[in-house]
Design a protein. Structure first.
Length: 324
């Protein structure tokens, strides 16, 4: 712990961020959930992981969960506490669950620093749920109600209302609506075939990592499509749609609903980055930022942290230029 690295040397998947005081805290996929801190978003100090050992509930709930390797966290602040949601899964399967831990501070030097795990929020079960309980993101609507978007492959991206304490869902999970999918007319009972060389159980509905951000009188739904985690062969890219209400429907620039295969490409790879995706969006000091990982073509597709400023065009759609 304590090692400081420039952003160009930070290996991450699925980064999310929060700012407390003058310090930014980054959480990402890793053993026990990887944690980094920075005062400038450029140079990052490695901190101790959130979980020194795997949560007991997780090893019991998810067959195939190994080595305390926890995926795709989400960090938010509510009523004096930080809420850290996280994903427990086994690659290529929807034997998955989302958990949550809370802390009153993100500063490890604060005497009150302590992550309290509250266990399972929601889980997906093969043969029972045609969705995958990973990649959570919390959005609070204009009425103060918290909603969790989540999902990866299978039946697409979902949205569920949370309980007032944000520790459990407040809706019947058998009726959770789809807010985004790659396939037009996809139903809960159907799942497109996977592409050759990809996990058969996951199917070919290659969309995941929802993140909802409120701005300009809209809720913007960001998501990632195509394939991560293949190094130099990754073709991950980000899409976006928007809605006047948090429950959707989310429409792209052409007016196509994201739950019917819509989604405007926001950012994709180039000669320097094989693929880019799994983004989060924040406003820090009146500036909007998009945080994501990219597969560095110069290092054979090594996944690296990317932090870019997010701008808005005349029609209030997001714009981001990929750094060279």
């Amino acid at each position: 712990m304590g090692e400081v690295r420039p952003m160009s040397n930070i290996t991450v998947h699925d980064p999310v961020m929060a700012k407390q005081g003058n310090t930014y805290y980054l959480f990402s996929t890793g053993n026990g959930i990887s944690v980094w801190s920075s005062t400038d978003m450029q140079n990052w100090k490695m901190e101790a992981p959130v979980f020194a050992s795997a949560p007991e509930w997780a090893t019991k709930a998810v067959a195939g969960f190994r080595n305390n390797h926890i995926w795709a966290p989400d960090i938010s602040f509510y009523n004096g506490k930080y809420y850290l949601y996280y994903s427990i899964s086994a690659f290529g399967k929807n034997t998955s669950a989302i958990g949550v831990a809370t802390n009153t501070t993100l500063d490890p030097q604060n005497p009150n620093f302590k992550w309290v795990d509250h266990g399972k929020v929601i889980e997906s079960v093969p043969g029972q749920t045609n969705w995958n309980a990973i990649d959570p993101n919390i959005i609070t609507d204009k009425n103060g109600t918290a909603w969790m978007s989540f999902g990866s492959f299978w039946g697409g991206l979902k949205l569920v209302k949370m309980s007032k304490d944000r520790l459990s869902v407040a809706e019947d999970i058998s009726k959770i609506p789809t807010i985004a999918s790659r396939k037009k007319g996809l139903t809960l009972q159907t799942n497109p075939a996977p592409l050759p060389g990809n996990p058969a159980e996951a199917g070919g509905n290659a969309i995941e990592a929802p993140f909802i951000f409120e701005k300009n009188g809209y809720y913007y739904l960001f998501a990632s499509i195509d394939y991560c985690c293949k190094g130099a062969n990754s073709d991950y890219k980000m899409i976006v749609g928007r809605s006047k209400t948090v429950q959707g429907p989310y429409l792209d620039k052409k007016g196509v609903a994201m739950d019917a295969g819509g989604g405007t490409i926001l950012l994709e790879g180039n000669e320097n980055w094989n693929g880019v995706g799994h983004n989060s969006v924040y406003t820090f000091d009146k500036t909007d930022y998009i945080i994501f990982h990219g597969y560095d073509a110069a290092q054979n597709g090594r996944p690296k942290l990317r932090v870019e400023k997010l701008a808005w065009d005349k029609d209030q759609w997001p714009i981001v230029a990929l750094a060279q």
